[in-house]
Design a protein around this ligand. Structure first.
Ligand code: FES
Length: 206
């Protein structure tokens, strides 16, 4: 090996190492930049799981019809429900959108407590989204025969429990937020209709 004039092998090694470090650093910065761009692109392309796909098309004035059972599609009569009863319903003519599935419940008016929006209730009727805010199962009604107002909503997929007289607050299980309330009223012809949009997000929120 021939030394360059005025430079020792030690000096040249240090310069060589510095150059390699510089090139390596440049490559790492370029890779990090490329990964950052790729990550940003994937974030845009990937659908958000949170509440994805659950967009209700319910409008004020839509009449409630049975979503299940032998009366499916028929208008619900307010007089057919007693305190402690609940039904799964759709807005008439809009059953093809699962985000429109609602649980309408009859309780005693005096049992409603905050955060229930009593302005959105009528004659003891209150309504909430029937799509569990955990992973999107349809909720069920657990009727207390001895004390109808102690009845509650449960999602049997992972046992989330909601309190219908308190704005469907979560009282157990993994559901992260209450089931959103929606306005309901009793019409002169004894049918029920919606009076508002949902008060909060519907569908899975995790
Ligand atoms: S989907 Fe309802 S508790 Fe999990």
């Amino acid at each position: 090996m021939v030394n360059e004039p005025g430079k020792t092998p030690d000096t040249m090694d240090k310069k060589g190492i510095t150059r390699r470090k510089f090139i390596l650093g440049t490559i790492l910065v370029a890779i990090a930049g490329a990964l950052g761009s790729l990550f940003s692109l994937l974030k845009v392309l990937a659908p958000s799981k949170k509440g994805s796909g659950y967009v209700s098309t319910i409008s004020p004035g839509d009449v409630l019809v049975y979503a299940t059972g032998s009366k499916i599609g028929m208008e619900i009569k307010a007089s057919s429900m007693n305190a402690g009863d609940a039904e799964l319903v759709y807005p008439k003519g809009k059953s093809s959108n699962p985000a429109n599935l609602v649980q309408v419940i009859k309780l005693s008016e005096q049992d409603f407590k905050a955060p229930t929006n009593v302005q959105l209730t009528d004659k003891g009727f209150v309504a909430y989204s029937a799509i569990c805010t955990h992973l999107g199962c349809t909720v069920s009604w657990v009727k207390n025969q001895n004390s109808p107002d102690a009845s509650y909503t449960e999602c049997f997929c992972h046992n989330s429990i909601f309190n219908p007289s308190r704005g469907d607050l979560v009282e157990g299980g993994p559901a992260p937020i209450p089931l959103a309330q929606i306005g309901v009223r009793v019409n002169n012809d004894d049918t029920l209709s919606f009076t508002s949009d949902f008060t909060g997000p519907i569908g899975p929120q995790v």
